[in-house]
Design a protein around this ligand. Sequence first.
Ligand code: NAD
Length: 346
Amino acid sequence: MTGIKVAINGFGTIGKRVADAVDAQQDMEIVGVTKTGPSFGCDLAVRKGFPLYCTFNDEASIARFAEQGYDCAGGLSDLLAIADVVIDCSPGKMGDENLAKYKAADIKYIFQGGEKHALTGLSYSSSANHEQNLNAAGTRVVSCNTTGLSRTLVPLYEHCGSLSVECTMIRRAADPGDSKKGPINAIKPVLKVPSHHGPDVMTVKPEININSLAVAVPTTLMHLHSIIADLPSGHGLTTEGVLDMWRNTPRVIVMHGADNRITTTAEVMELARDIGRKWGDLHEIFVWEDGVSLQGDRLYYFQAIHQESDVIPENIDAIRALMGIEADWRASVAKTDAAIAAYYNL
Ligand code: NAD
């Protein structure tokens, strides 16, 4: 198989998932993934047949892989030299340093939500601004929370023509594989008000007027959003109309919590494991039908976000946008999701 040659810089939580999603597509392929040094994560790359490269270019760092039995194909520069686009999945806040390397290698680049919009001057979310990203040199896929907000707010905005939103992000303390973060027995308000999540939506859909607060809670499974959206008068929607809109929106799942006994994020993640994607991922945003209520012009709802995976399909659509091979976001989304479903025999 041949196609767009994709490099993954940083084969961690997001990097390994994006690599699998690229591998699932017909029009792109993984030419290599980087690790900083030998570790258990290298075994996955070997099993998948993804060429393994070192994050650094110096001989000593590269040689460490062989010492632990891994075949390292070279340093980051070697990988960038054979790729069309690099997906930067490094831990965040390394953008400036890495961007210089990508520009020097003259290839396209996609950063993740841990970097600021100012780094690239362009951000990405499939339904919000695919067209704006067509043929761009590089972009930033917005964070898991911002991706989640965009999924449900953009169609609402497209229907209403204006939207004013206040929301609270109830954030997981750490990813399941992470032992360094917390809190483990406290609720921690983010004392930067507003939090960056809401305003970050405006990097992909500036027409939506939105602010947010955030708190971190001791859970690893998902984030939960509590959202209040003020619709313009004359919007013509009902609660059922809003639900129907989301039922017809890609990558949104609407389910009745009480009727389906799926009333917490624990059951939502169990549903995700039943779906059968690797790692129990849930690419869709989960909306509780019985948690949605339109009262006059004010809409209330909750949604749950699988932080490790909702941005994965967006990265694939972003590759197609930058490479200019699919101008229609809906067509890209359909292609991405069908290929991933086929890959996992869903
Ligand atoms: P991670 O820590 O799980 O993985 C990062 C990987 O990059 C690791 O394999 C690490 O060894 C490697 N790395 C370290 N230094 C590097 C360097 N200088 N250059 C390249 N790679 C390096 O982090 P993650 O959770 O996958 O996050 C990656 C990005 O995705 C961040 O911007 C983060 O904010 C964003 N993001 C994370 C989540 C999430 O829930 N984990 C969700 C959405 C977006």
